[in-house]
Design a protein around this ligand. Structure first.
Ligand code: SF4
Length: 408
């Protein structure tokens, strides 16, 4: 798609001052895309003219590894996924900055495991990854907004301990952990950089795998309930997964010559805690000579399984079939794959700009994807509004990019 000065001008006029439509990558950011920077820049290479009035050029240049000043509005993979799922969803989340106040339990669980993995990888080269991992997990689980029950925390413990046992001896040199990147978004037809958007993200890790010929890979951690057997749909869809390509681009922008991505997946055991049988449903054996004391029928319980017992039982399942629950798969990206991805991203970015210009943020109808009702369903169906107490308007629309203290 052609470089679109007109569209960007129109966008700047209609969105100046709009939360998230302005720069800074944050809802309500200070740096306007309107004005001279956007309107008169010739678009060549994302040069200084593409910056926002009031942008801190020196700080940006340092933070971005000395690259020319980049646009401050960021396109993360999460943002692009939201747009692909539903333009209306994207508009509410990323243009207006609305979020539900509480995240779904599945997301909180995934985040907790992710924190443990982050600590493990940080300590992998030297140190004690197991201790670091559990210290991080326990600290995170104590935070008031985690709101996971003790069984979920026990399950996270078991999954992470199994992860350590499975992978600790694999010869890996960790090069970076939770590394943030920002890179130019380039029009594949003209070679010119966008003055509106920069690509951004944070890779879980970058590492040299000596069991893969010493090649360097982006590492992406996931938890999943899906079938992880070789050839299953879980792996097949990664062939054109945009996140893998996005992070491949990101690692390249950080100066790493990456061969691809190691998709590092932890399967979630589905077994639930065993709870006490309701009193009214309990059945006892009849006393006999051999067994004079009545006892509960097999499979019935008079007490709940404790979180510790549950953790031990999950660990037994993981140890019995580690290949089912722990998989690392190399996902390759050829130059042609990345070129095609670049075309896709440019097209999505152009569509976002077009939607701003027209004010039409289409409703896709993908309201029950991933087995969950979309967080904005009541808004779209007119039952609720964005002003309801369950929503808040956030300052930072990309919280996943915030650097933790360990990485500064
Ligand atoms: S409820 Fe449906 S139409 Fe509305 S934002 Fe969500 S996915 Fe889009």
């Amino acid at each position: 798609m052609d470089d679109d000065t007109e569209a960007e001008l129109a966008e700047a006029q209609s969105w100046a001052g709009h939360p998230g439509g302005s720069g800074g990558g944050s809802a309500g950011g200070e740096c306007s895309v309107g004005g001279v920077g956007v309107g008169v820049d010739d678009g060549a290479g994302g040069g200084a003219g593409g910056g926002c009035a009031g942008d801190d050029g020196a700080a940006v240049s340092t933070a971005r590894g000395g690259l020319p000043m980049l646009p401050t509005e960021l396109l993360t993979n999460s943002r692009l996924s939201a747009y692909r799922r539903c333009p209306a969803l994207h508009a509410m989340r990323y243009e207006q900055g609305y979020r539900p106040r509480a995240s779904a339990p599945a997301l909180r669980f995934g985040s907790l495991v992710h924190l443990g993995l982050e600590a493990w990888w940080l300590a992998k080269n030297e140190g004690d990854p197991l201790t670091a991992m559990f210290a991080r997990l326990d600290a995170a689980a104590r935070e008031p907004d985690v709101q996971l029950d003790p069984y979920e925390i026990a399950r996270a413990h078991a999954m992470l301990l199994g992860y350590h046992e499975r992978w600790i001896d694999v010869p890996v040199e960790v090069l970076a952990v939770e590394r943030r990147f920002e890179a130019q978004l380039v029009n594949p037809e003209t070679g010119r950089a966008s003055r509106t958007f920069a690509l951004a993200g944070k890779v879980d890790a970058i590492a040299r795998f000596h069991d893969h010929g010493g090649r360097v890979y982006v590492v992406e951690h996931k938890t999943s309930r899906e079938d992880l057997a070789p050839g299953s749909p879980y792996w097949r869809r990664l062939r054109i997964d945009s996140q893998v390509s996005h992070y491949h681009r990101g690692a390249q922008s950080l100066g790493y010559d990456v061969a691809g991505c190691i998709y590092d997946v932890l399967g979630k055991p589905s077994s639930a805690p065993r709870l006490a049988t309701p009193v009214e449903s309990r059945k006892y054996t009849k006393p006999s000579k051999a067994e004079p004391e009545p006892r509960l029928y097999a499979g019935q319980r008079d007490t709940d399984e404790t979180p510790g017992e549950y953790q031990d039982r999950i660990l037994e399942s993981l140890a019995a079939d580690p290949a089912r629950y722990y998989q690392r798969v190399e996902v390759v990206r050829l130059d042609a794959d990345i070129a095609r991805h670049d075309q896709d991203v440019w097209a999505w970015a152009s569509a976002i700009r077009d939607a701003r210009r027209t004010g039409v943020h289409q409703r896709s109808g993908a309201c029950f994807t991933y087995g969950r009702e979309c967080e904005f369903y009541e808004v779209c169906t007119g039952v609720g509004t964005l002003d309801d107490a369950r929503f808040e308007r956030v300052e930072n629309i990309h919280p996943e990019l915030v650097e933790s203290e360990e990485h500064q």
